[in-house]
Write a protein that binds this ligand. Sequence first.
Ligand SMILES: C[S@@+](CC[C@H](N)C(=O)[O-])C[C@H]1O[C@@H](n2cnc3c(N)ncnc32)[C@H](O)[C@@H]1O
Ligand code: SF4
Length: 483
Amino acid sequence: MPNASETSFAAPVEADRQVFSPEEIFAAGTRNHHISNTAYPIAHSQTFKPYRLERALHRETVERAFADTPDICLYSHIPFCETRCFFCEYTVVGKSELERTRDYMTALNRETEMYAELLGPRTLHGWDIGGGTPSYPPAEFIAEHIGVVKQNFAVSPDFAISIKTTPRIASLEPDKIQAYRQMGIERISMGVQVTQPDLLKALGRDSNGLEHHYRATEHIRAAGFRKFNLDLMYGFADQSADSWRATLEHAIRLDPDYITLYRMRYKLTRISHQADRVTLDMAREHAKIAKEMLFAAGYAANPGKNTYSRINGDTGTSAYLTRRVIEGQPYLGLGLGAQTYSPLTIAYNSGAAGKNLSPYLRDIDKGILPIQDLYDLPAAHMMAKMIAVSFYFGEINLAAFRQRFGVTLEDAYAPAVEFTLAQGLMHYTASTNGSEIALDDHRCLSLTEEGARNFNGTIALFFAPSIQGYLIEQNQSGANAIL
Ligand SMILES: C[S@@+](CC[C@H](N)C(=O)[O-])C[C@H]1O[C@@H](n2cnc3c(N)ncnc32)[C@H](O)[C@@H]1O
Ligand code: SF4
């Protein structure tokens, strides 16, 4: 159980005072490779339950938790999509609510103001407008939301906004893409996912097929975007190595600045039953193919990092994600089901469970913070969350960890660090990721190639004991374990 010098964290319950051997944790993370990943926590409704606060305590807890945090990131969730892809793990509303974009955006603006009133002046370092498909509603709604955010928060000199789109929207609605750039949005990310036609169909994604990709790319470049990312997905049951190669070739031909790889996470998706057909070896082979092809095409990433960038010194991720990954910067999540990470708490907004707008809109209407679950957590979970997010880049920044928790990584996680070094899973590096961020130094404990191959076992070494215990108890891949 990690030590922290801070005393303001919640006291750990029994489940978070257990001690497991690194060997046992590593084996459990590897065995449960479908769920042991950066999406920390696992099974929060169960594992975080002892730390859940009643609604009457939400306001004062949020205020206290953010009290000493002048710098934050922001995430706005737009839960609308033209169609629902079968693989999607995100909070997206059904067809019957697609007409309610106006009501929703009004509520989102109101939520922004509620937080600004509660927290007082804050400086934003990065902002992701995500979803869902944030390019689904009219562009004016996004412009209005940007206006509300900028009226209510200060922004840092390196502040930047990133937005997501689908190929179909970028190809059919060039004016929207142009408008985003004019609003000052700097980075745009488009989901290609896969290109194999029968797989696209089987995933309910065929309306976003190849016919849109080239035109979408032209529109994004014509609008002036210089930070253009494509999302690709691997680890599907019916995705052969050749089909994955073809997807990568196609993505490289589109010539984006960055390519982000997502290994399919099956938990609570419509195709969760397919998880058992996907072995760790298949996922490893896909990751290896991607690395070889992307490196050959001039894209780079250190071991374990899933965003490949062809621009030297540019991490390729949004300012929002870069700050979260390197510094563990707290973030405020606005909108349906959005997650918020303060220095002391993790919260999920209303609508996370049912994926419909009503609870969220009702809360905003009543003038209460639209929070479904607020967890006041011990240091072990707050550290684990920071480290799990760090694994997006395959490395933990040592100075950032120490600044955040007042203890060195080696002191907080002595057995885990020793194990990763002894097994050749991690090593010390001078990272170049985020060198623009002011930190005491940029040394990291980073995944080796072997550590990246054993990502799921290695990351679990840093989880809090209750989550490690949960993984140890799981006997199968865990793909269908509860959220
Ligand atoms: C918010 S989503 C989608 C953005 C946009 N709506 C689109 O579909 O292009 C961001 C990315 O998450 C990835 N993703 C979605 N479902 C996933 C899952 N179950 N496991 C892993 N990655 C997933 C996809 O690559 C997707 O592009
Ligand atoms: S992958 Fe994108 S378009 Fe598909 S349902 Fe998820 S958020 Fe919507």
